[in-house]
Design a protein around this ligand. Structure first.
Ligand SMILES: [Zn+2]
Length: 306
């Protein structure tokens, strides 16, 4: 199957780009030049399958980039389109063939590659975009894994946040994503953290694998979500040695109340929105972004049902 030298194929970025594209059906001509071998490998794996024959094509015989209906010339046995400037334009095979990306393949591959140890199978949380995969054992840590794609926009992030709210990670929670521009300062519920698939996906000797060393080191960097359940409550409280943060908690209270009013009145769509509007009035010398995170997190703690 591995007909190509691996260094000539950038499979993981291509996979992530296809996962994030606005349409699952695409033509090879829409991709950057040089993706042909990568597409062939993805087709061999089952990541992409043949899509429907397109009805229209964008003309490249003139400079107008106009769409044109694809027609069949029965005499010449070929497909063509008509351009007002160039006349009849015969179409190449690449214009007539489409591929369909299969996001479920990616979710199932993650389950096999991590691997997920819980037997329940994946559950869709947001249709076509977010799946709860289950738990994976990484050393002594049980990691609850979500796969999310197309979560770059604020609206998609809001959907992800509400989908995660009822999901409680065993030890740590990871949202593996193909979205490159997810807002890293967004506080996900229940201690979930984003992990870019590009950081752990590797194409090695004709196989798509998870780079476990990178996965482990990323997990070690995480803050951890909930306190270990067996620990007595008093010890947990004693471990919190951050008086400054406690001070902010008192000082932030009026702002949190104001955020609540904003959200109730529809002046802000969500805690992050409200926090952005008020962050410049928050105490402390920190960055605006960290104040936004602090306020949004405090709000979610104070009003968990919202
Ligand atoms: Zn034209």
């Amino acid at each position: 199957m591995n007909r190509l030298r691996t260094d000539t194929v950038n499979i993981v970025p291509l996979l992530c780009d296809l996962s994030e594209a606005s349409d699952e059906v695409f033509r090879e001509s829409e991709l950057e030049f040089g993706c042909h071998s990568g597409l062939q490998l993805l087709a061999d794996l089952g990541v992409i399958e043949p899509g429907p024959r397109p009805e229209t094509v964008v003309c490249n015989a003139c400079d107008a980039d106009h769409p044109a209906v694809i027609e069949f010339d029965a005499e010449r046995r070929c497909y063509f389109h008509f351009c007002p400037e160039a006349g009849t334009v015969t179409l190449e095979n690449a214009d007539l063939v489409t591929h369909r990306f299969r996001p479920e393949w990616l979710a199932d591959w993650l389950m096999r590659a991590l691997p997920i140890t819980s037997p329940l199978g994946r559950t869709g949380l947001v249709q076509g975009c977010v799946w709860h995969l289950g738990d994976a054992a990484c050393g002594d840590t049980q990691v609850t894994v979500i796969f999310a794609r197309r979560v770059s926009s604020q609206a998609a992030l809001d959907l992800l946040v509400s989908a995660l709210r009822p999901v409680h990670p065993v030890d740590k929670g990871l949202v593996v994503t193909t979205s490159p521009h997810f807002a890293r300062q967004v506080q996900l519920p229940n201690g979930f953290e984003f992990l870019d698939l590009r950081d752990i996906g590797r194409w090695v000797e004709g196989k798509l694998i998870v780079d476990r060393r990178n996965l482990y080191s990323r997990l070690q960097g995480l803050q951890g979500c909930s306190p270990p359940p067996k620990r007595p409550m008093r010890a947990v409280l004693k471990d919190r040695k951050e008086p400054s943060r406690l001070d902010w908690r008192e000082a932030d209270k009026p702002l949190i109340a104001e955020m609540h009013t904003m959200i109730l009145h529809g002046d802000a769509r969500n805690p992050t929105d409200a926090a952005r509007a008020l962050a410049r009035r928050a105490s402390g010398n920190g960055q605006q972004a960290s104040k936004v995170t602090r306020l949004a997190a405090a709000y979610i703690k104070a009003y968990p049902s919202n």
